[in-house]
Design a protein. Structure first.
Length: 400
């Protein structure tokens, strides 16, 4: 019997769902995991990833819900651990299950240990490490936060863990602090092939898929960014122009769901496209497969979200990525479509129109390139699981 745990799984986001599902399915396939305990963070009592059946046990600790600021209490708990283990039952249960597991994985995530400077995320990991848990980071983004105190504590955790990252920038930063790391790619690349209904030939009118989002409300590098203005004056106009010239429709693909859903920006974009005479609709997305299907059936994708880029690339669909972080630049590069990328800091209507036109013009050749590249990337994405499997086998042999 193999029991594994996954901590800090994000949710309410189809991109995090994709990476989480890929990880859990990979653990069951590669490690033969009979039981997988998944502990969520920033869940706001929302959705769970849909995979694994009864073998997967889902846990939503209240202290990690994100509905209250738990940082002061977590800091005190981490400082006094294990004397403070009775302070929170959900946290104590997570520690106990992780200590009992054969392997513990930190779910793939963005820059929680980096520019997001997520103290809730970090302090929980400190408690696990102080409890004797050896963590395995699965192709995360890990960079400097800009805070010497935060980075020092993060390095305390990382030096006592097995680390795999998905960005060369992360590997370089870790190496500068004498922390070794496997340089991989995004874990979502381990997902099984898309559902049958997403495979070509496509049904219905051909369309450009757009994955919009807000940045000004949450991203440290875009404080004060006018999301509404960008959607009205850049994104909608450029996409509407290309769609009209090519006789295509536009489908808006929601990326966030549950308590994080972005209905207002979908309606704003829909109104702007309609005003430009562009046939447009919002895709009904209820599950990860719906999200993947909407991207896979598009003629081209314009994505403001990281996994919109990764999952369209997996489906062989050219994606114009509007990059808000290095992770998007590196993903576009290893997918082999960096020429379609635009930096969100200085994207213009003209540049976006040109990139979408280029994606459509070269669709067939880009699809062939992506199909070949993704086959290679899947093998790289599996690297951390292969390493974990080898260590488990050695441990069992030693104990036999």
């Amino acid at each position: 019997m193999t029991h594994v745990a996954v901590v800090h799984q994000h949710t309410n986001n189809y991109g995090d769902d994709a990476a989480g599902v890929a990880l859990v399915e990979g653990l069951q396939r590669e490690l033969g995991a009979d039981t997988v305990d998944v502990f969520y963070i920033w869940h706001k009592n929302g959705r769970r990833i849909s995979t694994g059946g009864a073998a997967v046990r889902h846990h939503m600790p209240r202290v990690l819900a994100g509905t209250n600021d738990e940082r002061p209490r977590l800091a005190l708990t981490a400082l006094l651990w294990p004397l403070s283990r009775r302070a929170d039952r959900g946290l104590a249960e997570m520690v106990d299950r992780c200590r009992a597991a054969d392997a513990v994985f930190v779910a793939p995530a963005g820059s929680n240990l980096g520019v997001y400077k997520d103290w809730t995320y970090l302090l929980t990991l400190v408690i696990l490490v102080r409890s004797g848990v050896r963590l395995r980071f699965v192709q995360n983004t890990v960079v400097s936060s800009g805070s010497a105190v935060f980075d020092r504590l993060a390095l305390y955790v990382l030096r006592r863990s097995e680390v795999a990252v998905r960005e060369a920038a992360s590997a370089r930063w870790l190496a500068s602090h004498r922390v070794g790391a496997y340089l991989g790619v995004d874990t979502a690349l381990l997902l099984a092939d898309p559902p049958v209904e997403s495979s070509r030939p496509r049904t219905g009118a051909p369309y450009i898929a757009v994955v919009p989002t807000r940045l000004g409300t949450w991203h440290p590098a875009f404080r004060g960014f006018d999301d509404g203005r960008f959607l009205r004056t850049v994104l909608s106009r450029a996409v509407a122009d290309v769609a009209a010239a090519r006789g295509l429709q536009v489908r808006i693909v929601p990326h966030l769901t549950g308590p994080e859903a972005e209905h207002s920006i979908h309606e704003l974009l829909l109104d702007e496209l309609a005003s430009a005479g562009c046939p447009a609709s919002v895709v009904e997305v209820g599950e990860l497969d719906d999200y993947r299907t909407a991207l896979a059936q598009a003629e081209a994708v314009v994505s403001m979200r990281y996994h919109g880029l990764v999952l369209s690339g997996m489906a062989g669909v050219p994606c114009v990525s509007l990059s808000y972080e290095n992770k998007m630049h590196e993903a576009a590069t290893y997918l082999g479509i960096a020429e379609l990328e635009l930096d969100m800091h200085d994207v213009s209507e003209e540049a976006l129109r040109a990139r979408v036109t280029d994606a459509l013009d070269r669709r067939a050749s880009i699809e062939k390139r992506l199909d070949l590249r993704v086959a290679e990337l899947r093998q790289i994405a599996a690297g951390p699981l292969g390493s974990a499997r080898a260590q488990l086998l050695r441990r069992r042999d030693a104990g036999a």
